[in-house]
Design a binder for this molecule. Sequence first.
Ligand code: LLP
Length: 437
Amino acid sequence: HGTSKINSKGHLEIGGCDVTDLAKQFGTPLYIVDEELVRQRAREFMTAFRATGLRHQVAYASKAFCVMAMCRVAEEEGMSLDVVSDGELYTALQAGFPAERIHFHGNNKTPEEINMALDVNIGCFVVDNFIELQLLNALAADKGKTVNVLLRITPGVEAHTHDYISTGQQDSKFGFDLSNGTAFKAVEAAIAQPNLKLLGVHSHIGSQIFEVEGFRMAFEKVSAFAVEIRDKLNYTFTVLNLGGGFGIRYVEGDTPLPVATYVQAIADAVLTTCKGADFPLPEIWIEPGRSIVGDAGTTLYTVGTSKEIPGVRKYIAVDGGMTDNPRPALYESKYEAILANRANDATEEVVSVAGKCCESGDMLIWDLNLPAVQSGDLLAVFCTGAYNYAMASNYNRIRRPAVVFVKDGKADLVVARESYKDIVGNDLIPERLRKQA
Ligand code: LLP
């Protein structure tokens, strides 16, 4: 997919770059991002929305993969940006991302984070709870500012990829409950705050969703709420945000819909519901993360050791693991992989791919079909663009890998591999523990 192919040498090539060359130049493990595919995914959302005629913002959920180069691509493609911490906000600002196109999420924003965002005049705060509502208003008042606000509501629709639970009372740490009147009170409170300008509400129903039904259900609840607010409080929402969660294909059997199908389904729901309720067409915002960067990422590893337990299984170990991709250990996520240096080799064996962490749970892939693996082979694991580098850790004091963007035969380093100095960079030895000369 994307610009990936197997070249005449039997090597994996991404963005016109032979990955065996990338391994030599940048070392492994290496995150490789197909920049053209990221741009293509972004354009699919933007084009599909434009076709609906609705006013819209597609905010890239930067939690999926937030580095400065990615913020540049997001801006160039006309997306807005969803950030959830001072770190993501700082990254975006450092990259020159326009503050007015940044939306700030999170269920426990600190006063420092709020002030930082107020100082640069970000586009919108997605307020999660009453304490934040008061705090934001007070801090905005201190600065003599009025800020745009969406209220995060829990619509009582929860997506589990294949099925949806529609519950009256949702057990979630996020947002104002719609079913028990909390969301209504939050709207009243927000309208009453002089330094907040309430634009509308936000809902997010889950991640890695393969169907449109959940979005439709969520929109119905959200729009019914908008009508209730108009009728009872004489206040009209101008923005409805439906969050992210559009699924991608990690392995065979994953059946995401084309981006345009999700967008069209949302637009249909908006147009019919609003027309039926005689409600002015709101601006629709969405927040895709995984579906923008997920399948554009590939992680390249070098195979080191192996262990065969006769009649049981063969383990091969790579030079990374749960530190660069914690998703298999955390969520039992499945991935596909190939031998990037011998993709056409006809030999066959079944191996399980282990990481190098001192922990049995550090397994990346179970029972993978590969050509007969040798030490020194390169393993390419696909679809690692989202929630991999973003969730990487230094467990076992392993240095985080480098990230390269590849495009048109060129590879650009966008995150340098961590150094040993980075590893001890924040360590301090108290005087009394220092080694005497
Ligand atoms: N908007 C909100 C409010 C969210 O909470 C999320 C994801 C998104 C947008 C983006 O969702 P996406 O389009 O990427 O599915 N670490 C997990 C995923 C956690 C998603 C959290 N929220 C994983 O690796 O699967």
